[in-house]
Design a protein around this ligand. Structure first.
Ligand SMILES: [Zn+2]
Length: 393
């Protein structure tokens, strides 16, 4: 029971960041005496800090409410994001604030488990070596990948970054660092970040569509990212949109991604046919040029955006038919084209809606996908640390 109460207090703190004991009583349903006892323990363990320097509104008298906050020096977590050609990594403190970040290229010609764990491991070690001595207590590592992972988040089952399959990345890194490691789908990390960053706009049930080289989707439901029975699932980008349509990076035809992936938008904006081979990496400069041309009213660029919007709109409409309409966040560099994609996207959603009245989905856009992925990984790692702390009595 004590472990469960500690977990409830830490979870309420994680949602609110700073909070009074009174608010914790309301959020957890625990008695004031229990909240006092548990926060007292967590203060003694230096997991929490209390701030007595609360300024009361002018003219109010009485004892100031004491607010509680996570101790940033309690520990750190390491995170990394793997995608074709690059590894990004960062260190976050216990409050979820990023205190170091770095990146390096990774070979694109079929990297193996050793290449991947060496890249992540050396980036994390280099960042840790630069931190002050009171910030060295690494407690968890969380990795996100483009691709499919197992439901226990130990293994990268499939990824476009390599032809190797079933790479046990978590156990290799856990052996090196001696901390728990999880490896999950990048779209699941995006929804973990957004449930913290955008709770007011997105609520507790929403989807995030990643608009990048590939197209992915994460769904947040019942307090967790939605997963399949065996794998991270949610290969939204490879849902069929136009049978026998444009060529997808996966080798099939007519996937949503074959119209909405950055390579597909570039291909259409250049007036190339849909069966032209997808390019490997679309540079930011190439992508910015599409945006400039769309702003200037260039017909090919506008049509490329329109077709991308229609493909995503059909995909979202299908998800609405399977589940329910929900708010949708669009994340990644493709979100910069949202103004030009929105009309066709909304038209497709409206045309296929089974509801008598179309509720326009709340659309939230963020173009910095890597920043959000890393933040979501940090959130997942910190939940893991909170669970360790809750149990350690
Ligand atoms: Zn495909």
């Amino acid at each position: 029971l004590r472990k469960r109460n500690r977990a409830a207090v830490l979870a309420a703190m994680r949602r609110a960041a700073t909070v009074s004991r009174t608010a914790l009583t309301g959020d957890t349903g625990l008695s004031p005496a229990t909240v006092s006892a548990i926060t007292g323990e967590l203060l003694a363990e230096r997991v929490l800090l209390q701030d007595k320097q609360i300024n009361l509104p002018n003219g109010r008298r009485g004892r100031p409410a004491i607010s509680l906050a996570f101790n940033p020096e309690n520990c750190v977590v390491g995170v990394a994001s793997l995608k074709v050609g690059a590894v990004n990594a960062a260190i976050y403190d216990y409050t979820g604030t990023q205190i170091a970040s770095t990146q390096q290229p990774i070979r694109t010609d079929n990297p193996d488990l050793g290449d991947i764990t060496l890249a992540i491991g050396s980036l994390c070690e280099a960042m840790l070596a630069q931190l002050p001595a009171n910030r060295l207590d690494l407690r968890a590592i969380n990795v996100s990948v483009q691709g499919i992972t197992d439901i226990a988040e130990t293994t990268m089952i499939w990824s476009p970054m390599t032809r190797k399959r079933n790479l046990p990345i978590a156990s290799a890194l856990a052996a090196r660092f001696g901390v728990p490691v999880h490896v999950g789908h990048d779209c699941n990390r995006i929804v973990m970040a957004l449930q913290a960053m955008e709770r007011d706009r997105l609520g507790d049930h929403f989807a995030a569509v990643l608009l990048s080289h590939g197209i992915g989707m994460g769904i947040f439901q019942d307090g967790r990212p939605l997963q399949g029975e065996r794998s991270s699932a949610m290969e939204f980008g490879h849902l069929s949109y136009q049978p026998n349509g444009a060529l997808c990076r996966c080798g099939r035809r007519g996937c949503i991604e074959a119209y909405a992936g950055d390579y597909a938008i570039l291909r259409a904006a250049r007036g190339e046919p849909g069966d032209a081979a997808p390019v490997g990496i679309v540079t930011q400069a190439d992508f910015d040029e599409i945006l400039e041309r769309a702003v200037a009213g260039d017909r090919c660029a506008l049509e490329a955006c329109e077709r991308a919007g229609a493909a995503i709109g059909i995909g979202i409409a299908n998800m609405f038919a399977l589940i329910d309409p929900f708010p949708v966040a669009l994340v990644g560099k493709g979100a910069a084209l949202l103004d030009f994609m929105r009309p066709s996207m909304m038209e497709m959603i409206g045309r296929r809606s089974l509801m008598a009245e179309l509720v326009e989905p709340q659309l939230v856009s963020h173009s910095d996908d890597i920043g959000i992925i890393l933040q979501g990984s940090a959130w997942a790692a910190l939940e893991e640390v909170d669970a360790q702390i809750a149990k350690s009595v």
